[in-house]
Design a protein around this ligand. Structure first.
Ligand code: FE2
Length: 238
């Protein structure tokens, strides 16, 4: 009966047409339900997908900027521009960042050799004495490489003495009383080596000069060794 009542509303009023109407109503409900589901899914997709895409795009932009900075030789912290621009050498273009790196490696040797020498004699443990030995040996070898590199590449204005910060560190180490010597030496030396890591990574990644890359490779090995022997003292976190 319900079937007939439904069918009676249209002017035709026949059971056959009533069947179509019910079918149409059911189909309509299905369409509405499917539409709602699709609409809801579309809304969720619209909210989620752009966030993921924009997040990915932003990350890619950051990576792209970093690569551009590397290739464009954007300056590392503490960089000093000598104003001599890019010079063309047999081993590749030589930039102000490359030359600054060579001068900085030289500077490291100018304070680490005397500091390491002091640690060899004043250190109160074998580990501190060993750290001093590694610092002296490493920078004596590195100094030779730096001087050779500077000579071949025609890099002038090489530092002849430690900079003010390094002189201050040396003064603290040289004047430290015996009971404070080990800790003073290890912590100052470790901090200084931490600073050079950024410069090394930047130079090695950005340089297009094979001699600079070779020097950065050697320096990287030595800096890591020095960090390791300093940490072997056990005083790095005291
Ligand atoms: Fe060192």
């Amino acid at each position: 009966m319900a079937f007939l009542r439904r069918g009676s509303r249209p002017s035709s009023g026949t059971p056959f047409r009533g069947t179509n109407l019910v079918g149409n109503l059911e189909v309509s409900r299905g369409v509405v339900t499917v539409g709602l589901v699709l609409g809801l899914a579309g809304t969720i997709a619209a909210l989620v997908i752009p966030v993921q895409l924009f997040g990915e795009a932003r990350r890619n932009d950051q990576l792209s900027s970093q690569v551009t900075a590397m290739n464009g030789q954007t300056t590392p912290v503490g960089f000093v521009d000598d104003g001599e621009g890019v010079q063309i050498k047999d081993s590749g273009p030589l930039t102000a960042v490359d030359r600054d790196f060579v001068r900085r490696v030289m500077l490291a040797g100018l304070w680490e050799v005397p500091a390491g020498t002091k640690a060899k004699s004043a250190g109160t443990t074998d580990a501190v004495k060993t750290a001093g030995e590694h610092m002296v040996a490493g920078h004596q070898a590195l100094n030779l490489s730096v001087q050779t590199t500077a000579q071949i590449l025609g890099i002038d204005k090489m530092p002849k003495e430690a900079n003010p910060d390094q002189k201050n560190w040396l003064a603290q180490i040289m004047s430290a009383p015996p009971e404070k010597f080990d800790r003073t030496f290890v912590q100052l030396a470790r901090s200084a080596h931490g600073m050079i890591f950024d410069v090394l990574a930047f130079t090695r990644t950005g340089t297009k000069n094979s001699r600079i890359r070779a020097l950065a490779d050697q320096a990287d090995e030595i800096v890591r060794d020095h960090m390791k022997v300093l940490e072997n003292t056990g005083l790095w976190n005291s």
